[in-house]
Design a protein around this ligand. Structure first.
Ligand SMILES: Nc1nc2c(c(=O)[nH]1)N[C@H]1C(S)=C(S)[C@@H](COP(=O)(O)OP(=O)(O)OC[C@H]3O[C@@H](n4cnc5c(N)ncnc54)[C@H](O)[C@@H]3O)O[C@H]1N2
Ligand code: MOO
Length: 415
């Protein structure tokens, strides 16, 4: 008889973890450092942008009323308005202004005709005293190619709401307002601890050991997800060593451990967490790879014990840790992204665990076709190398036929 608890479905495990995460307290940071976090407060526009109606094309600012008759219509050109300059005169009936993209629209004009829809008039053919004229070949509707004042922002309006994820265009909107800093949740401080007698650092002679690749890989994944990682080193496989290392985690928002969470004689992480007063929320999820994940909490700090197999460690990071870090950064929509795809080949498994199959992908005939990598073991990193997505092979399903429609999770660890 097994004394291990029932396996949690992946969605429930993630929901429980996210239930333990609230955005971290805000800090004011330079706008570029806010990338990937969510705004902690509404931001009001200080400036109306664009500040004036302006041209969307290189061409001529015209009065549409002048162009109701037969075409082409000849107009005299009053001035040329460049971006960065203000118009000097009104566009009067029978005249127009040559205008460049982004230049303010002169008063009197109500449309722009692009240069390609005009024909310049040689000076000797222009009328009377006017030696600059143009033939307009089309009759524009009012407002054509005019970018209205305030299209991007209006002073006093909410420019970006609290909770808005800050991507690159949002940072542009903030800079355009002359803002140098914004309030966002501070970055999660994440401790990463490896456990295992078989491990050494990359710069040590192995002497029968293998290099700890999980901790540095997790640290990079943390940084990519917006957290600030600290490597705590390698704890030996004794309850005291694991406890002693975990006792150094005060001040961290998230503690990631690697290995020692299964049912082996040296799997001390769960006991060490308990001894330190970490409340265990659950252990084991119905997935492969990654089944022995353990999750606990002490105060506001979240403890995630990831399985030691290198690919299990990366997959559990993707499915659980990354969403948690993103939630701490204030983001609402933190579920892993999913895209539809088609399976090339067949897959089979026993029901009971959802499998997250590492696949490569090719875009073909309007669909993303994916192919499982040759090896799917969790102990070998090669089985994750070259994967672009994880294919979700649902828990109760036992086969997927060639051409099946499948759900894919794009991987954040790719180059
Ligand atoms: N009787 C059972 N045995 C196992 C089960 C089970 O349900 N019953 N689950 C298997 C699964 S699934 C996984 S995953 C592993 C996870 O075990 P642990 O988290 O306890 O990890 P270890 O046993 O210590 O190590 C597993 C494997 O990974 C290598 N490793 C560990 N740390 C690192 C590191 N930092 N860098 C690189 N490689 C590392 C380690 O040498 C082992 O080969 O348990 C199964 N067993
Ligand atoms: O599920 Mo384990 O996480 O096979 O490697």
């Amino acid at each position: 008889m097994s004394d291990t608890p029932a396996l949690l479905p992946v969605e429930e495990a993630r929901a429980r973890i996210l239930g333990l995460c609230t955005p971290l307290p805000p800090e004011w940071v330079p706008v570029d450092d806010a990338l990937g976090r969510a705004l902690a407060e509404d931001v009001l526009a200080r400036r109306t942008l664009p500040p004036w109606d302006n041209s969307a094309m290189d061409g001529y600012a015209v009065r549409t009323a002048d162009l109701l008759g037969p075409l082409p219509t000849r107009l005299s050109v009053g001035e040329t308005v460049f971006a960065g300059k203000l118009p000097l005169r009104e566009v009067l009936p029978g005249t127009c202004a040559r205008i460049m993209t982004g230049a303010p629209l002169p008063s009197g004009a109500d449309a722009v005709v692009m240069r390609e829809r005009t024909r310049s008039v040689p000076p000797e053919q222009a009328n009377d005293a006017v030696n600059d004229a143009v033939d307009i070949l089309e009759a524009p509707g009012p407002g054509q190619f005019i970018r209205p004042r305030g299209e991007d922002a209006r002073e006093g309006d909410v420019l970006l709401r609290r909770g808005t994820p800050l991507g690159i265009p949002e940072l542009g909107l903030l800079w355009a307002q002359g803002m140098a800093s914004v309030p966002v949740p501070r970055r999660p401080r994440v401790a990463v601890l490896s456990t295992g007698d078989e491990l050494c650092r990359v710069d040590e002679p192995p002497g029968g050991r293998i290099v700890d690749t999980n901790a540095p890989a997790l640290a990079l994944a943390v940084r990519r997800a917006g957290g600030v990682p600290t490597l705590l080193g390698i704890a030996r496989d004794t309850p005291e060593a694991v406890q002693e290392a975990l006792a150094r985690t005060d001040g961290f928002d998230v503690v990631l451990t690697s290995a020692g969470v299964s049912v082996g004689d040296h799997d001390f992480v769960k006991d060490a967490l308990e001894a330190l007063g970490v409340v265990q929320h659950f252990w084991r999820v119905a997935i492969k790879p990654g089944k022995p994940l353990v999750v606990g909490q002490r105060g506001a700090a979240l403890f995630l014990g990831l399985p030691g197999n290198p690919t299990s460690s990366l997959v559990t990071f993707e499915l659980f840790v990354r969403p948690a870090l993103r939630r701490l950064l204030g983001l609402e929509d933190v579920e892993p992204a999913r895209v539809p795809g088609r399976l090339e080949g067949r897959l089979a498994k026993a029901p009971g665990l959802a499998h997250f199959v590492r696949v490569t992908s090719t875009w073909r005939a309007g669909e993303l076709w994916v192919k499982p990598l040759g090896t799917q073991t969790s102990g070998a990193l090669r089985s994750a190398s070259a994967a672009s997505h994880l294919l979700h092979f649902p828990r109760e399903q036992s086969s997927l036929t060639d051409g099946s429609h499948v759900e894919l999770i794009p991987l954040s660890w790719v180059a």
